[in-house]
Design a protein around this ligand. Structure first.
Ligand SMILES: [Zn+2]
Ligand SMILES: [Zn+2]
Length: 118
């Protein structure tokens, strides 16, 4: 049946999704889907994430110098939240993301905090 086939295609599309190609709304929607398996972090844990002051000039880790969640470039001296994988995000953006999904939106590494026991 055609209807059944279409349904399967939609399901597969979510698995092939590239976070870089999604809008903020789509990321949140995806987070809600994934969130049924992987629950978000508590606000206390999110608040305990380390932050850095962003410096332009390229001596930071990684290659992301804009926020993949809101697509806005970081500004020199801006305070950003850094995840355990060294990816940087606006605190307000990553806070909302981590409440529904505890993995990095870029590399899917599960977020851990220095305060959590090994
Ligand atoms: Zn942002
Ligand atoms: Zn990452």
């Amino acid at each position: 049946m055609k209807l059944l086939t279409n349904h399967v295609i939609v399901q597969d599309a979510w698995e092939d999704v590239d976070p870089d190609e999604l809008s903020y709304e789509e990321l949140l929607a995806l987070g809600e889907v994934v969130g049924t398996e992987s629950r978000g972090l508590s606000t206390d844990t999110i608040a305990g994430l380390p932050s850095v002051n962003y410096k332009t000039g390229g001596d930071q880790h990684g290659s992301n110098d804009s926020c993949v969640i809101c697509r806005v470039d970081y500004e020199d001296g801006e305070s950003l939240t850094v995840l355990s994988c060294k990816h940087l995000y606006h605190p307000e953006c990553i806070n909302n993301w981590l409440k529904i999904n505890k993995v990095c939106p870029v590399c899917s590494t599960e977020v851990s905090t220095p305060g959590s026991s090994m």
